[in-house]
Design a protein around this ligand. Structure first.
Ligand code: NI
Length: 167
């Protein structure tokens, strides 16, 4: 583990340069007398994000069929969504779409069949394939897809949800 000791003789700029160079994580830094909290805040920005708890995030909203963004990785977003009943038939012309079931079970219908997903299972719908997600009782799902993907794809529907809504 790389340990960096910070004291008041180190300026914020020098410290940040060192942190950037070494890709330091927050727990690898030891503060000595005189170092300030602002330094820690700066490091958090450099080293990454706060951890995300899926259950906490899921308990923070009740709306169905409206994906909420919880994290981004490169151009991709991780979204949580609660679904119940039948969605609309649609397709995404530019991207695949990953469904990961966190709690409950769901079904994705296709024009030539369907796939049942239980808790802990996932499926990637290929781009351009028409699909309709369904759930008999509420199911909690994580979606992974590029930023900007509209939930209803090419379909013109009242179920179209606002995009890029973070929780
Ligand atoms: Ni879709």
């Amino acid at each position: 583990m790389t340990m960096l000791r910070i004291n008041n003789a180190v300026t914020a700029n020098v410290f940040l340069d060192m942190a950037l160079e070494r890709g330091l994580a927050l727990d690898s830094i030891e503060l000595l007398a005189g170092a300030t909290v602002e330094y820690i805040d700066s490091v958090r920005e450099v080293s990454g994000m706060d951890k995300v708890n899926l259950r906490e995030k899921l308990s923070s909203f009740s709306e169905q069929w409206s994906p909420k963004v919880i994290a981004e990785m490169n151009d991709y977003q991780f979204k949580l969504v609660k679904i119940e009943g039948e969605f609309v038939w649609h397709e995404h012309d530019d991207t695949d779409e990953a469904f990961i079931v966190i709690e409950g079970s769901m079904r994705i219908e296709f024009e030539d069949g369907s796939v049942e997903l239980d808790e802990g299972e996932m499926y990637v719908v290929p781009k351009g394939v028409r699909h309709k997600p369904c759930a008999d009782t509420e199911c909690k799902v994580m979606l992974v897809e590029p930023k900007g993907v509209v939930n209803t794809g090419d379909a013109d529907s009242e179920l179209t949800a606002p995009n890029d809504e973070w929780i």
